[in-house]
Design a protein around this ligand. Structure first.
Ligand code: ZN
Length: 284
């Protein structure tokens, strides 16, 4: 949904609430959460009432909006601003909300992204695998084993999606375990000559290696796709002027999500993501 179409839902709180309820981000109450009675109705603005036990409750109850002190209209616009990659500082200015409030919305989006990880063995066909190092402000030792940097392992399906994971090390065991978990056996995997990829064939994968020095000469034997993702991710992370180590996996998964949804309607996908996250967080 583009910004112009979104404005029809942001003219007032009722419209925004209705949209959020129809999507499934706000719960549709069919019975009283206190006595399970079904004689319930809407009373006043944004309240339900049960005529059996006389309890009242707000429309945000049992939803991801319960703890957020944000009007529904501003919440929708905040999702739009997140979609178009506005910083927390800029979004808080545009929304007239406190920095921390917008920060909490952005964290919510990233947690929702992290919670909906790709299916196991969802990758197949022609696969590229590679590791890269993130973080560390000082220019020191480069490449594998660089001090103070976070190793990240990436798997990319050609013409499809990417999955990236922060790893504790880049030992063969660690990387193979993730390959087995995420990639269908029999797939053709391209890597560079790093020894940690030695075991791939014995786990039922086809494996071809490229030599970085002469990759242009080898026709299809390249890992340009995953390397393209690394530069996309690194360029974007520069914006944050260094993300602290604890939050890094959240930012990384956001980049994975943006990359995998680059040709889609990101706003609609973010809404669906929040719906999925709601059902995880509030299972009945
Ligand atoms: Zn009741």
């Amino acid at each position: 949904m583009n910004l112009v179409d979104l404005t029809q839902y942001t003219t007032n709180e009722e419209k925004a609430e209705e949209y959020l309820r129809e999507q499934g981000i706000l719960k549709t109450f069919k019975e009283c959460p206190y006595c399970q009675g079904t004689r319930i109705n809407r009373v006043r603005r944004f309240k339900y009432k049960c005529y059996s036990c006389n309890h009242e409750w707000g429309v945000r109850r049992d939803s991801i909006l319960e703890g957020l002190r944000v009007p529904f209209t501003k919440f929708l616009i905040a999702i739009k601003l997140f979609e178009i990659d506005t910083s927390v500082r800029e979004a808080s200015k545009q929304l007239g909300l406190a920095y921390n409030t917008v920060y909490n919305i952005h964290s919510l989006m990233r947690k929702a992204i992290l919670a909906t990880d790709a299916d196991p063995a969802a990758f197949s066909g022609e696969i590229e695998m590679d590791e890269s190092y993130f973080g560390g402000r000082r220019k020191g030792k480069r490449g594998r084993g660089a001090a103070g940097k976070v190793p990240v392992f990436g798997i990319l399906e050609r013409g499809g999606k990417v999955t990236v994971e922060v790893v504790t090390d880049v030992q063969g065991e660690t990387l193979l375990e993730l390959a087995i978990k995420k990639v269908k056996r029999g797939s053709l995997i391209y890597t560079d000559k790093f020894r940690s990829y030695n075991g791939l064939v014995s786990y039922g994968f086809k494996h071809r290696r490229i030599d970085h020095g002469k990759k242009f000469a080898n026709g299809k034997v390249y890992i340009n796709g995953i390397e393209g993702f690394w530069s996309f991710a690194k360029e974007r992370l520069l914006k944050y002027h260094g993300v602290d180590a604890q939050k890094f996996p959240l930012y990384l998964k956001e980049l994975e999500f943006r990359y995998n949804h680059r040709d889609r309607d990101l706003f609609d996908d973010l809404i669906q993501l929040l719906v999925g996250y709601s059902s995880v967080a509030y299972t009945e």
